[in-house]
Design a protein around this ligand. Structure first.
Ligand code: SAH
Ligand code: SF4
Length: 353
């Protein structure tokens, strides 16, 4: 078992850092660019694949450095063929899941979205989430997050898409508790010589780590923000998200407001409807009251049942009623279609098995 550290994991290196490395080793500067392309664009999983790099240089690299190269333990495709899920394992044994969702293959607006994990496991312990049921977790390096995008990009291309188009940080883990690696991977993915995916095509989802939302806004990037709200009632939210509720709803909304003002980007609030808990008539009015006057877009996520959980999905009728009440408050809402439930790839169903 080899521990991966950000300092020696080359897929986390920027071009400038690779250039510095080449200089240090006495290698010509153009090698840095070649390396960067192998790591960020061509998705090389080993140094031996890097055919235009001299063997002597590859030997030095292999001895001193690692590259995030997860092993695919399992790959599943949904029956309708639109969703693919991988169970991946890194060199130290850390496991994660990654999900690719393919939309509208026929049109010019092809969309291939990968849902990446930012941690193996999660320490936030939300009561309704499969990922939150693990006690152990660790941050992923930037390269380990990029590796997931590269795997998804390859799959999308093989299925006739031009490339991977969107990235959502909605897999396992809390991205805002892994800030350095998050920023690094966003910039690397955005790099013209990397996957070259626009910042506006990336969305970070958080359970609401308030100080980190301010920090994220101050990065001055054009990435999108989604907050897992799930309730407008402090007590109910505490039941659902005990640790995230350390920050009050007011503090959370203030942070969202700051992000909105600072980046110009509209924020989404994710809301999974659980029967008798946050899907009631009263809950709909509370949410309407909380969000009216803001331009936060509510994303209704059909709740997914997680084994052993006390929280059950609501009925279609309850969802319809909830939406109807919300619309009376002039709050925009959309229902996110649930993808890949047959392979446990939907929101909150990711676990390391
Ligand atoms: N940790 C981050 C991102 C990963 S979770 C966050 O919490 O936002 C991605 C989304 O799935 C979040 O909105 C989360 O609340 C939601 N989710 C978790 N468990 C779910 C479940 N059982 N049903 C529906 N959505 C769920
Ligand atoms: Fe962690 Fe997000 Fe799941 Fe909560 S919902 S346990 S923050 S992954």
């Amino acid at each position: 078992m080899t521990a991966i550290t950000a300092a020696t994991e080359l897929r986390s290196f920027t071009l400038a850092e690779l250039q510095a490395l080449c200089q240090e080793q006495g290698w010509p500067a153009f090698r840095a660019k070649q390396l960067f392309q192998w790591l960020q664009q061509k998705g090389a999983w080993s140094f031996s694949e890097m055919s235009n790099i001299p063997q002597s240089m590859r030997d030095v690299l292999a001895e001193k450095y690692q590259l995030a190269a997860p092993q695919v333990l399992k790959k599943q495709c949904s029956k309708d063929g639109t969703t693919v899920k991988w169970l991946l394992e890194f060199a130290d044994g850390a496991k994660i899941e990654t999900v690719l969702m393919l939309y509208e293959r026929e049109t010019a607006r092809d969309r291939a979205t990968v849902c990446v994990s930012s941690q193996s496991g999660c320490g936030m312990g939300c009561a309704f989430c499969a990922t939150g049921q693990y006690k152990e977790y660790r941050n992923l390096t930037a390269g380990e997050i990029i590796a997931q995008c590269l795997i998804a990009d390859k799959e999308a291309r093989e299925r006739g898409f031009n490339q991977l188009t969107n990235i959502v940080f909605m897999g396992m883990g809390e991205p805002l508790l892994n800030m350095d690696n998050l920023k690094r991977c966003i910039l690397l993915i955005n790099d013209e010589q990397g996957l070259n995916i626009g910042q506006r095509k990336m969305t970070v989802s958080t359970c609401g780590i308030v100080p980190r939302i301010y920090e994220l806004a101050d990065w001055n990037l054009q990435i999108g923000l989604a907050i897992s709200l799930h309730s407008a009632d402090a007590e109910v939210r505490k039941r659902l998200m005990p640790k995230a509720s350390h920050y009050s709803l007011n503090e959370l909304l203030e942070a969202v407001h700051y992000f909105r003002e600072h980046t110009g980007r509209r924020v989404t609030a994710e809301y999974a409807l659980f029967q008798g808990v946050n899907a009631t008539v009263e809950a709909a009015h509370q949410l309407g009251n909380l969000l009216t006057g803001t331009d936060i877009l509510v994303n209704i996520i059909p709740a997914n049942y997680v084994e052993g959980s006390e929280f059950l999905p609501c009925t279609a009728e309850e969802q319809r009623q909830f939406l109807a009440i919300l619309s009376t408050y002039n709050v925009s809402a959309q229902v996110r279609e649930s993808r890949g439930t047959d392979i446990d790839a939907a929101c909150g169903q990711l676990r390391r098995r």
